[in-house]
Design a protein around this ligand. Structure first.
Ligand SMILES: Cc1ncc(COP(=O)(O)O)c(C=O)c1O
Length: 398
């Protein structure tokens, strides 16, 4: 019998998707589901992007350049300039989603057994990318009581070893919704420069910040030209998750030259999707104003509704479209499954993502769930009402 790699066996299951069979069964039983579990926005993709595909007259769907089309990268550089990030097209490699940019970044900077420090809870697929790259994630715990602010810098210092290659942050955070302040980025800049580490910043939710807060990119003038690597994506920015386009950005020429070899090995990012993504850069500001207002209202609606449930702890999110909530129960995994298997209110139930899968340290976050506020306000209110009743019923029966 041929055997599977130990790396393959170690690849983690997605915590977001593992409840899917229970959800499918619930649907088969005729139960309607509110999906609070997954970051698939219901927002319309900008017309300009869709039209660029519809009106296209391409005869041969050819490969593009490995680093992405020149015109597209020029336009991305221009987008960054508007965000006070001064890069040229030479500092950008277009990737198949932010996902591939993360893989390229890890492949570029770390060998098997090297370590990357990440504040937890973190985007669960970092586990998958690091396993695939043979990299060890060293978690540093951020706390729900602090809204998941940056842990004290001493906590990072303690974890730095000769194997440490980078600190990875997600800003604004998935699953936390936390937005790092200028001071927090300054602290990170200081520590990575002191220890000659890379600072990988996953900024795919850059536009999604609320309450007039300001997003600080690691390339917003912190002197991190040698250290910073930005991970970016069109998936959430333009509600184009299926386009599969992202990019890796760095002013460090060696990083770009090395990532470029990974890019060459997979030939090119998707051609049609680059056309759509290039056009998406002409999306009018009014689109973003509407989308951000909508998410802000959803966040406020969600927090207000959750606050009526006794015993919950809510991390107040300032960005992205996620929120971590601690429930007055022992095990959110069991509860999430129970809601799908045994509970319904007026023939409806709710699917949430248990948050333990967003932690790397075993045994923490077990009472927490992540809610993605990607539903309209009316549905959000109803979904939280169902969650509230489910909690009551669960507490009585367990
Ligand atoms: C924080 C974060 N980074 C990266 C990604 C990867 O997205 P994509 O590969 O669609 O660009 C996601 C997707 O949900 C995400 O939430």
């Amino acid at each position: 019998m041929p055997t599977i790699s130990s790396k393959g066996k170690k690849m983690p299951e997605s915590p977001i998707r593992k409840l899917v069979p229970y959800a499918e069964n619930a649907k088969k039983r005729g139960i309607e589901l509110y999906h609070l579990n997954i970051g698939q926005p219901d927002i319309k993709t900008p017309e300009v992007a869709l039209n660029a595909i519809k009106n296209n007259t391409i005869n041969v769907l050819a490969y593009s350049r490995s680093e992405g089309s020149e015109v597209y990268r020029e336009k991305i550089a221009n987008y960054y300039k508007k965000n006070n990030i001064h890069v040229t097209s030479n500092d950008i490699i277009v990737t198949t989603g932010g996902s591939e940019a993360l893989l390229f970044a890890m492949g570029t900077i770390a060998d098997a057994g090297d370590e990357i420090i990440i504040p937890e809870p973190f985007y669960a697929n970092y586990n998958g990318f690091s396993t695939a790259s043979g990299v060890t994630i060293v978690p540093v715990i951020s706390k729900i009581e602090d809204n998941f602010a940056l842990p004290p810098i001493e906590a990072f210092e303690k974890l730095i070893s000769p194997k440490t290659k980078a600190i990875l942050i997600c800003n604004p955070g998935n699953p936390t919704g936390y937005l790092y302040s200028k001071e927090e980025i300054e602290k990170l800049a200081k520590i990575v420069k002191k220890h000659d580490l890379f600072l990988i910043a996953d900024e795919v939710y850059r536009e999604f910040v609320y309450d007039d807060a300001k997003h600080y990119s690691v390339l917003n003038g912190f002197g991190l030209e040698d250290n910073a690597i930005i991970i970016d994506s069109v998936s959430k920015r333009y509600s184009m998750c299926g386009a599969r386009i992202g990019c890796l950005v760095s002013k460090n020429k060696e990083v770009i030259a090395t990532a470029m070899k990974f890019a060459q090995a997979r030939l090119s990012p998707p051609t049609f999707a680059q056309i759509a993504s290039e056009a998406a850069l002409d999306t009018p500001q009014s689109y973003f104003d509407e989308v951000i207002t909508e998410y802000k209202e959803r966040r406020d609606t969600l927090i207000a509704a959750l606050s009526t449930i006794e015993g919950v702890k809510i991390a107040s999110p300032k960005g992205a479209f996620y929120c971590v909530v601690e429930l007055p129960i022992d095990n959110a995994d069991n509860f999430a499954q129970w809601m799908l298997e045994e509970f319904s209110l007026n023939n409806k139930t709710v699917m949430v993502a248990p948050a333990a899968g967003f932690y790397s340290t075993k045994g923490i976050g077990t009472k927490q769930i992540r809610i993605a506020y990607v539903l309209n306000k009316k549905d959000l209110i109803e979904a939280v009402q169902i969650l509230k009743e489910a909690l009551k019923a669960y507490q009585q029966s367990h």
